[in-house]
Design a protein around this ligand. Sequence first.
Ligand SMILES: [Zn+2]
Length: 233
Amino acid sequence: MNTVLLTIDDVASRNTPAIVDELCSRGITAIMFATGMNVERFYDEALYAVRKGMIVGNHSYSHPAFSSLTAEKGIEEIRKCEAVLDRLYQDAGVVRSYRPFRFPYGDKGGENKAVLQRYLSQQHFDKVNDRHIPYSWWRDNGLDHDIDTLWSFDFEEYRLQYDPSFTQEDIWAKTRQTNPKSGAALFGEGQRHIVLMHAHDETDAIMPGYYRQFLDCMQERGITFDKPEFIGN
Ligand SMILES: [Zn+2]
């Protein structure tokens, strides 16, 4: 078995509905981590994702690095996004069953980490079931206890828009690595991942239909997609 739980960050965007349609046609349910700011900007696109059955989770309001914020400011970022998502689900006419959270940049807040984890727990954010993630570094870093959801494989396609030395071939090379210096190979018997990609129109302009290419790449290699599950909190 080589399985993936798919997560898509920075929703919503102009290309969100096309991503959602692609996922629906393949029978994949993704967790889409949205910023409040992007949902307000692309509200219809975000509504579409909710109505089509994707799980839209909290990725803060304005995508700050949490270690640069006070705990109070960090909590305010989470609360402000929650208010936007509550309204979104209500407007979509869909019951909001799950509240997963992901920190922007995977930055868990530095010295405020414990305070923020406690807040997430007290507010009943839902921990994504990661008990099947087999890598020792996942447990060694305490990721199996954190309420927020990190990832175990990142296509890094967002770098195309910022880093001229980073190419599409670098993305494919990463998918082919069998023994990476950090993290774990995408493919291989027993590999089980939480995979990260992004909903970025900027990436679509450079690498059209990048999400389709990534899904093809994974499905051609026999990966099956996990339905999102949550551990009670
Ligand atoms: Zn992000």
